[in-house]
Unconditional design. Structure first.
Length: 99
């Protein structure tokens, strides 16, 4: 079974948990990349600010996963996709700016 099928099964079974873990992993991976890119060779190889990494990972777990899960779920209930672009997509995009 490939990774996408496993992820799809997991997100259908426990969406909040999977989104929380995914948010943390993506935020942490992004911070590692940002630290490596911003080092520009000025830091010794392999050096990472682990406090910063932990903070970004925690932020991803707390914000990206659960809060966006609840917020986007509420928007989907308020503006179902079958309403079309004007009555669903535009209000969702507009309200998303406030989060």
């Amino acid at each position: 079974m490939n990774i996408f099928r496993l992820y799809s099964k997991a997100i259908n079974r426990q969406p909040l948990l999977v989104k929380t873990i995914t948010g943390g992993v993506l935020a942490g991976t992004g911070d590692i990349a940002a630290q490596k890119i911003s080092a520009n060779g000025n830091c010794e190889s392999g050096f990472l600010d682990y406090e910063r990494l932990a903070a970004f990972t925690a932020f991803g777990c707390i914000w990206t996963g659960p809060i966006n899960h609840k917020w986007l779920g509420m928007l989907n209930r308020m503006y179902p996709t079958h309403l079309g672009i004007r009555r669903a997509l535009i209000p969702k995009m507009t309200l998303q700016f406030f989060v």
